[in-house]
Structures are given as structure tokens and as C-alpha cells.
Design a protein. Structure first.
Length: 613
């Protein structure tokens, strides 16, 4: 903020400044705050996520049109159908193997810091790249992860293009969470000006997308004439939390030896460590604690943040807060479309969004692919492949082939398993076409269905009492699910994952389910990280969580858990207490926070101290 303001005051044109943030909310906040300052040219500063910037660039440069690509991004659940289709040739391994290749593709195949982005490595990657492009072209879609490589290749290949963007100043936040392709793209955008990066290798928690953590500590090696500014004063956290943060992150061997220091005059802080008999007791106890703190005037709901490693814990806490008259909101929206697409009863939200997309555009091939595949062990991949082959041979769309199959009397061979779902689709679209506004949303997201609740909240938040059509409804749902906002100025308790809390600050932070296997999560032997690297990243996740607080921190764990949850998350189990309950352990991270982290107390006997001064 200060750097952008100073540049504008020194006469730099706003459109010569690009600010790249990690979240859309951060970009919007920056633009709003610049407007409040009234700096000259503030409205011309380009502030956005890197993906949003690339989307606009590719549109402006007509890259989508020239390359015959359709800017229709796949949602996470839709990718599952693509993965199943890519399994058919049998040469790319199973679901996990294909998903790992997709993550490497998103990093433009640069899996290591030493690798230059831009090219697949080895025959298997080359073959997979070809099959992936064929699928995306046939379904008139792109991957969100593809935006960065597409923009990078466009800028590399067209250095003399008159619309190639050039900036005098490029400022980048959260640099440690970018992969090699993203970092290479920023180098190009800043090639005619100054590049300023900000970040913290101790907060790098996105290795699953090949985030290049070492790039920030080694930045000066690849960028001559770099000036390093070391920021070690923690202006947010109380001194006891700074000590705990230094203790846990100091156990990581592969980091610089920076030690945070609290700001002069920082308060000591208020830290509690408590264990409950069960997740239900935990939710109730934390809600009681927060109710008391609100009643004492020590904290407002908007300054309370609840972090949980799994949304199941978040839901229990939200319900307990509601029982005590405390308004809260979950920010696990990207998981609201989770479910098992192979079971109709476990994928209602996914089916509804596919139906809504087809209501907006009946030729949406991705949504048609998904709708026809729901409820099948193989998502009807063989039948869909035959339908695509028929469409190519006849130079028709898949939908046109289905219409012909249903009306001409000449059945298309090999697609019999698709016909029941096709007939149901036609019936559903006929029912919905006459509806709009609240009647449409009620028909799609029935008030009697629990899974529909989060989507109904999205509709109310977005439209209130205003009217809307199916296109506006779909855009609302897709944006809120794929790019959920994390507002900072709220009057309710925010409940979310530790990953999502990055960049947020609150007076009171409660971290639930600090249990072994959740925080830290168990090592996955399919990870591209080795066990030591994985353990270090898990410490960084906890480091991020505890450093969100300005005053009070509560570290909470449970002693028992539903056996179904423990098996689902593959938690270490001490022993079975009965068929439905298992004994579990508190997180080993708690003992890594040093002597200033208080000893655990039994939640049944927990009597928090007097109101904060």
C-alpha cells in the first residue's frame, strides 16, 4: 500500500503499476484503500490475482479465439470426469497419477526449481499433454491452471506484439506460494521495469501445486542488483505467540535463520490449550467460551476466527454458535461441491450445478458430460467416448447426436447407458425453463434439503430481494464456489481452514481439532515431497494458523472421535472404545511450541481467566 501510494505521488502513472495478490479479496481491498487515500491515478492501478490478469490478457490478445480455445473453465468436480476419460487409454495410470500430472501441467511441467517452465518432460508427459489437449478441445473447455502457461507462452512467443503489456513497476504478494511458471511470467511482465516481491518462506503451504518456496530466499541469485529488506518485527501477534511461533518453525532445518521479534510494547497475550472428550463437546465448549468473551466485551463476533482442519468440525462449531445466538459463516465453500459422482445420492449439489449450466447453455459439453455420467461406477466413460466419436464423424455436437438418437429411429451404437439420463435431463430442463428468480433457486436448491443450505445462503447474499435469471444464478454460484471471498470487515464469526486463513487477522483465534493425523496430517507416500519436507510444510501450516491472532489464541483438541471419521482421514488410533468411537491423540505440534505454550487442561474443568484488560 505504501509503496504504490509513494509511486503515484512521485508521478508514476497508475496504469504502469501491476499489483499481483494471492486472493481476489486482497486485490479488491487494495483498490478500495487506494481510492480512500485519493492518490493521483489510483483508479488506474491494475490489482488482481495472476490468474485473473492472465484471463483478461488472453481475451484482449484474442489468444482464445486464435487457438480455438473456449474460455470455459472446469470446476474441481468436473475435472473428475475428465480424469476418468483420460484413464481409458490405460497408459497414464490411475486417478492419483493423472491428478499429479495435472498439477505438474499447471506448473508448466516445472516440478523443480532448477527446471525451466514451458515443456513437458519425457515421453509419458508428452503423450499425456496431447491427450489432455484433445479432451479440452473436444469439450470446448480450459483448465484454470492452464491460464498461466497459456499467458507465459504467448508472451514468450510474441515479444514484439503491440498489445504485449509492459509495466514500470510490478509488485507481488505471497511470492513463496507461486510456482515456477507463475514466477517466470512475472519476470517477463517486469522485464522493462522494477520487480518488488514480498513473502515469507515460513508461510509456504502450497507444495501440492509445486509452489517454489526456495525462490524467495534465492531471489537475489537469479535477479542481479536485488535489494533485500528483512522484515522481522511482528506487528500483529502478542509476545507469547511470537515465542511459540519461533519455537515451532525453528524446528525446520530448510529455512533461513530469521527470528521474529514482537513489536515494542506488544501485549503478552492470552493463550489457552484445552482438550475435550469429543468433537461435540469441543464445539459446545468453544462456543461457550466465545459467548462469554462477547458478553464481557472482550471481543466482537467479527473479530473472532475459528480454524479447523476439516469442515466437519467447522459445521459442529457453527451449529453450537448458532444455538448460543452467535452468527457465524463457514468459508469451506470450495468443498460444497464435494461428493461422490458415482453415487446419485452423494452428488446432489454437483448434479444441480450441471443442470443449471445446461439450462443456461444446452450445448455446454462439460456439463452434459457430467450429467450423463453421474451415478455410474465408471462415470459412463466408455459410452461417452463412443458418443464423442459419433459426433466427430458426423461433424455434430454431442447434444445434436443425442437428439438425433432419440428422434430419428436410428439408434447410435454403444450409448444405450446414456439414454435414461438424457431423458431425465430433457424433462428437468422443461420443468425449469419457465422459472426465474427465487422460484428457480427454490426448485434447484430445495429448502428441505440439507445439502442445498449453503447455496441458498449464497443466493440470498448475492441477490437479496432482487430478481435474477438462470445465467446470473449460475454465475453467482460458480464465482462463490471457485473464488470465495474472505471479507475482512464483518460482524459475524468466520469459520474456515488454516490454509484459507492466510492474510487474515483477528483478536481471537481458536484452532479446533489439533489432533495427530489432522494437524499435522499424515504423510502421503504419493506426495512428491519426502517425509522430512512434508513434516516441515505441516509445521508451516500451524505457524500460519497461530500467527493470525492479535490477542487471544485457543488451541483445542479432542480425546475421542467417531470411528468413521478416523477411518476416513486415516488417523492414528490408540484403541477402539466401542464400535463407533476411537481414542485419538493430541497434535505433536503442541509440544513443539516451546515452554511458553501452556499445558493442556481438561475441557470439563476449563475455567478461562478474567476478561482481557
Amino acid at each position: 500500500m505504501r509503496r504504490v501510494t509513494r509511486l503515484l505521488e512521485e508521478g508514476v502513472s497508475g496504469d504502469d503499476i501491476l499489483v499481483s495478490t494471492f486472493t481476489r479479496t486482497s486485490a479488491l481491498d487494495l483498490v478500495r484503500e487506494l481510492g480512500k487515500i485519493g492518490a493521483p491515478g489510483a483508479g488506474d492501478v491494475q490489482a488482481s490475482t495472476l490468474h485473473s490478469f492472465c484471463f483478461r490478457l488472453l481475451h484482449h490478445a484474442l489468444v482464445f479465439e486464435i487457438t480455438r480455445r473456449h474460455p470455459r473453465p472446469l470446476l474441481a468436480y468436473e475435472e473428475r470426469f475428465m480424469v476418468e476419460d483420460l484413464k481409458l487409454p490405460g497408459s497414464f495410470g490411475g486417478v492419483y497419477d493423472i491428478e499429479e500430472r495435472l498439477r505438474a501441467f499447471g506448473a508448466d511441467w516445472a516440478r523443480l526449481q532448477s527446471e525451466a517452465p514451458g515443456w513437458p518432460h519425457g515421453d509419458d508427459d508428452v503423450a499425456f499433454h496431447g491427450a489432455l489437449m484433445e479432451w479440452l478441445l473436444a469439450h470446448e473447455a480450459i483448465l484454470v491452471e492452464e491460464l498461466i502457461p497459456l499467458a507465459l507462452h504467448y508472451l514468450r512467443d510474441n515479444p514484439a506484439a503491440p498489445i504485449r503489456p509492459q509495466f514500470a513497476h510490478v509488485i507481488v504478494d505471497e511470492y513463496q506460494d507461486l510456482n515456477r511458471a507463475e514466477q517466470a511470467l512475472l519476470d517477463i511482465l517486469a522485464s522493462q521495469g522494477d520487480l518488488t516481491i514480498v513473502g515469507d518462506e515460513d508461510q509456504s503451504i502450497y507444495s501440492f501445486k509445486y509452489a517454489n518456496r526456495d525462490a524467495i530466499t534465492d531471489f537475489h541469485l537469479s535477479h542481479p542488483h536485488t535489494t533485500d529488506e528483512m522484515l522481522i518485527e511482528c506487528r500483529r501477534c502478542p509476545s507469547v505467540v511470537v515465542e511459540m511461533a519461533n519455537a515451532i518453525i525453528g524446528r525446520n532445518a530448510t529455512r533461513s535463520n530469521r527470528v521474529l521479534v514482537p513489536s515494542p510494547g506488544a501485549q503478552v497475550g492470552d493463550v489457552h490449550r484445552v482438550q475435550w472428550a469429543s468433537p461435540e463437546d469441543e464445539a459446545s465448549g468453544l462456543a461457550n467460551f466465545l459467548r462469554r468473551r462477547i458478553d464481557e466485551g472482550a471481543v466482537s463476533p467479527g473479530q473472532a476466527l475459528v480454524l479447523a482442519p476439516r469442515r466437519e468440525f467447522g459445521r459442529l462449531i457453527v451449529a453450537a454458535l448458532g444455538d448460543r445466538g452467535i452468527t457465524s459463516k463457514m468459508f469451506f465453500n470450495e468443498h460444497e461441491l464435494d461428493g461422490n459422482p458415482k453415487a446419485l445420492g452423494e452428488s446432489q449439489a454437483q448434479q444441480t450445478l450441471s443442470l443449471l449450466s445446461l439450462l443456461v447453455n444446452e450445448e455446454d459439453r462439460v456439463s452434459l458430460r457430467c450429467w450423463l455420467g453421474f451415478g455410474s461406477p465408471n462415470l459412463r466413460a466408455p459410452a461417452w467416448s463412443r458418443l464423442l466419436n459419433e459426433a466427430r464423424a458426423a461433424n455434430e455436437s454431442p447434444r445434436a447426436v443425442l437428439v438425433r438418437d432419440a428422434t430419428s429411429g436410428n439408434s447410435v451404437a454403444g450409448i444405450a447407458s446414456l439414454r435414461p439420463r438424457w431423458g431425465q435431463l430433457e424433462s428437468e430442463l422443461t420443468r425449469l425453463r419457465a422459472l426465474r428468480g427465487r422460484a428457480l433457486s427454490d426448485a434447484l436448491f430445495p429448502p428441505t434439503e440439507e445439502w442445498a443450505g449453503p447455496f441458498r445462503e449464497m443466493v440470498v447474499d448475492e441477490f437479496g430481494d432482487q430478481d435474477f435469471d438462470e445465467a446470473a444464478l449460475r454465475d453467482c454460484i460458480v464465482q462463490r464456489v471457485s473464488q470465495p471471498d474472505l471479507p475482512t470487515d464483518v460482524d459475524y464469526v468466520r469459520v474456515m481452514s488454516l490454509h484459507k486463513s492466510k492474510g487474515l487477522t483477528a483478536d481471537l483465534v481458536m484452532i479446533a481439532a489439533c489432533n495427530d493425523g489432522l494437524l499435522p496430517s499424515l504423510y502421503d507416500d504419493k506426495s512428491h515431497l519426502d517425509p522430512i519436507q512434508y513434516a516441515e510444510e505441516q509445521r508451516r501450516v500451524m505457524f500460519v494458523g497461530i500467527t493470525r491472532t492479535r490477542r487471544t489464541l485457543v488451541l483445542s483438541s479432542v480425546a475421542t472421535m467417531r470411528s468413521a471419521w478416523a477411518h476416513k482421514w486415516q488417523l492414528p488410533i490408540v484403541r477402539y472404545l466401542d464400535g463407533d468411537t476411537v481414542l485419538v491423540l493430541a497434535s505433536p505440534h503442541l509440544n513443539e511450541m516451546g515452554p511458553t505454550c501452556p499445558p493442556a487442561v481438561d475441557g470439563a474443568n476449563w475455567v478461562p481467566g478474567a476478561p482481557l484488560p
